[in-house]
Design a protein around this ligand. Structure first.
Ligand code: ATR
Length: 271
């Protein structure tokens, strides 16, 4: 079999092996896909070893996406923009190609699965860490009317807005500046949900027919999604679809074909 894996720390609960095995099954591809726990100091070594053992490609998750970016010999445009790599392909000439499929995965889930179109809409993105940086380029490519980044630490949001200003209309604010503003799509890219918290949003942040999207997912709705449903969002979606869509983009990079995702998402929902 052709060998792939996801490297992370922690990685035990990763759904990527199940997702990629279902993808391979769709095409009758013979692949092996493992979840590999890697010591925080041992990423570069683990990558070299995996390649030496005949590995074809890797997914990279927390906390190694920045290191994977540094390790890559060549980078896709979207990886350069994201400043991070979540997908590695080992080239036949021995080079490491680094890509980032997170933002494309999010846009795919919104536009294809949830039928949420972004062109001309007002988008609010919460947070200014690595997760948000990874999705701004693909979001702006959809030509929204405006993209606002809100963060507790405002300078981090300003910095991101500056970096991405060349790709579309983008602004950075603190949460208090959101009072009186309404958005069609609100995307939670903070790590608040991990701690059972939610960003300090003002009520009335959702325009009519608004969509709330949390890049995290879990067994039950995140605090942000629960709050969104109580405060006027028409649709609330978690990041499970994004997870499967970024995986499909990785599969496409490795194997040249893009798997069907709807049934895979539905199967994961059922558990
Ligand atoms: P990641 O790489 O996953 O994005 P990160 O770089 O640590 O992780 O960023 C976490 C993001 O979540 C930050 O934007 C953080 O806000 P600050 O930059 O102000 O710290 C945000 N965040 C975490 N907990 C939050 C909470 N309870 N409310 C609002 N924002 C929160």
């Amino acid at each position: 079999p052709a060998r792939y894996a996801v490297m992370g720390n922690p990685v035990a609960h990763s759904k990527s092996p199940v997702i990629h095995k279902q993808f391979a099954h769709q095409f009758g591809h013979n692949i092996e896909y493992a979840a590999l726990w890697v010591d925080t100091d041992g990423f570069a070594e683990a990558v070299q070893q995996f390649r030496a053992e005949g590995g074809k490609g890797l997914n990279v998750t927390v906390p190694f996406k920045l290191e994977a970016f540094s390790l890559a010999d060549n980078l896709s445009e979207r990886a350069k923009l994201a400043g991070a790599v979540n997908t590695i392909r080992f080239e036949v000439d021995g080079k490491i190609f680094g890509d980032n499929t997170d933002g494309t995965g999010l846009v795919h889930d919104l536009t294809k699965n949830l039928n949420v179109h972004l062109r001309g809409r007002k988008i609010l993105v919460l947070g200014a860490g690595g997760a948000v940086r990874g999705v701004l380029g693909p979001l702006l490519k959809q030509n929204p009317a405006l993209l606002v980044i809100a963060n507790r630490t405002v300078p981090k949001a300003k910095e991101l807005a500056k970096t991405f200003a060349q790709f579309g209309k983008i602004e950075a604010v603190g949460y208090d500046e959101l009072v009186g503003k309404r958005f069609d799509v609100v995307i939670n890219g903070t790590s608040a949900s991990l701690k059972g918290e939610m960003p300090p949003l003002p009520v009335n942040v959702f325009a009519g027919n608004a969509v709330a999207y949390d890049m995290m997912y879990g067994d039950k709705p995140t605090p942000f999604l629960e709050w969104a449903m109580l405060h006027g969002a028409e649709t609330a979606a978690d990041g499970l679809g994004m997870l499967v869509e970024q995986a499909a983009e990785s599969y496409l990079l490795w194997r040249g074909v893009r798997p069907e995702t709807r049934h895979v998402i539905a199967a994961l929902r059922k558990g």
